[in-house]
Design a protein around this ligand. Sequence first.
Ligand SMILES: Nc1nc2c(ncn2[C@@H]2O[C@H](COP(=O)(O)OP(=O)(O)OP(=O)(O)O)[C@@H](O)[C@H]2O)c(=O)[nH]1
Ligand SMILES: [Mg+2]
Length: 599
Amino acid sequence: MLRQSGTFRENQELVDRVMDSMDLERERGITIMAKNTSFRYRNVKINVVDTPGHADFGGEVERSLNLVDGALLLVDASEGPLPQTRFVLKKALQKKLPIIVVVNKIDRHDARIETVINEIYDLFIDLDADEEQIDFPILYTNAKTAVAHTAIGDGSENLQPLFDTILERIPGPEANDDFVPQLLVTNLGYDPYVGQIAVGRLSSGTLEMNKTYSMCGLRDIVHGLKFTACYTFQGLQKIKADRLVAGDIIAVAGVDGVQIGDTISSDADPRPLPRIRVDEPTVSMICLVNNSPFAGREGTYLTSLHIGDRLRREVLSNVSMKIRDIGRTDAWEVCGRGELQMAILVETMRREGYEFMVSKPRVITKVENGRTLEPVETVFLDIPEERIGVITENLSIRKGRMISMQNHGHGRVNMSFLIPSRGLIGFNSLFLTETKGAGIMNSLFEGYEEWFGPIPQRRNGAMVADRAGRVTPYASLGMTDRGELIVEVGTDVYAGMIVGERNRPDDLVINIAREKKLTNIRSSTAELTVVLRAPRLLSLDQSIEFIAEDELVEVTPKSVRLRKMELDAGKRATARSKLKMELLEKPARPREAANTVNG
Ligand SMILES: Nc1nc2c(ncn2[C@@H]2O[C@H](COP(=O)(O)OP(=O)(O)OP(=O)(O)O)[C@@H](O)[C@H]2O)c(=O)[nH]1
Ligand SMILES: [Mg+2]
């Protein structure tokens, strides 16, 4: 769209996936943060907000809906609508936004356009769309070659049909320059020259440099505000402007302490808009200052001051995340919408030079009328037929109830389960193993239901180093039939660090730094032929999934290590037997006010 609308000069090189500008987005191939851009078509300025598709980032999508007057619903021509399509469409329909359906990837050989369109109609009906909304236009696109069709095979060679449909179907903003200015702050950004910037849509009125305004916060209104810079968006850049007009997506700098949801308005007659509401976080984890024996070796920022500041900064720009004070100076509870969102934050901080530790994510429960409630999700699976048994068994151990099963007769089955979110924590890697990578899983938050009862944790125990040292080939070989190592030969370990997954329940404390005793007898040829199996090195996401309640992931810019919370094996043994009883039998007592219980 940017290229064909002439936003870029002919000779200017435009990289692919230009909106996914964060390193992590490019590496993972997903959009994480909503971003906006604009282009001109037939002399109309069109602002575009690109939103993430993954369910964990629903907060971004919800918030972005405040910026726009219509939505393009992108559906894959072979996958059809996904669970998260339902989530975002529901939110868009509630806002009464006109929808344009875009069936993309029509070039795929497994495209099944007609069926997909029927599925989209079903989805609209299911979500109680009104008649006008159901009367959506459909475009067929190949985003790779940048071609849109109003009808398949209509000979179109560019995106003009899409541009025209946008102008035709999506009304311009109903905004009046003469009214009192109202800017609902929807996003926060940071500019190295001007500092914090507030981004949003100016619903009405104008904003100008050198005039004074007010900021309507959660509790009070601050008067006498002056901007240090005003911007509009053009292509991928912010352009300085002296005057901002109603209806446009804009940014202003110089508003100290501004938060998402605040309204910037007239100084004399402040009129706050309703604050942005997003669904509550469902998952939390504890983030701690690193106190491992290796602390401080690899990170730049490690103190509780650094980490606390960084976490508070995250909450300012990420509405679906919250930080709770847990009455300690070296630990915080980070609450968010899912495991992936948590892992992304940890990875981002690590790249910025932070060093810290995190606990296993757990669900946030509520207490209502004396009953403990927990978040539940529907999980949608598409798996090979022969894996039905093992997947069903694993999900029912995790308290999943099957809702539907469809066998289409070509060796694959679609199933859905209602399951407590708790049961899905750490399920992803097991699912990938059990389906040998041939399964597709999607989940969708449904709401809160009564506590489902105990769910067993990781089946196997950990292999834990009993002393500091360096992993030797000899000791590694000796562990071959005890389980699987997760550290390479030559890795430095400390006492209490996890070096492998045992093939039986309960932890095994081992000396992984053992050297072979020198003897004057030559080793037998049989011994020489034993090959050391490569360790299973865990990614950050896998490490977070792997750890149990009494374990931590130690994260530094260079390493990811797993450890027991209690490094002393003797103390662990006593604590463990006590904790196990409490955790498995019943949900622990909710902490006062915080409404959180141990999973
Ligand atoms: N064959 C084909 N591939 C496409 C088409 N459009 C996009 N793709 C590919 O699909 C993949 C995903 O594209 P993205 O643009 O990241 O998809 P997205 O919807 O933004 O994904 P999220 O932001 O993570 O929700 C990329 O590898 C694209 O090259 C198309 O029309 N045809
Ligand atoms: Mg994207």
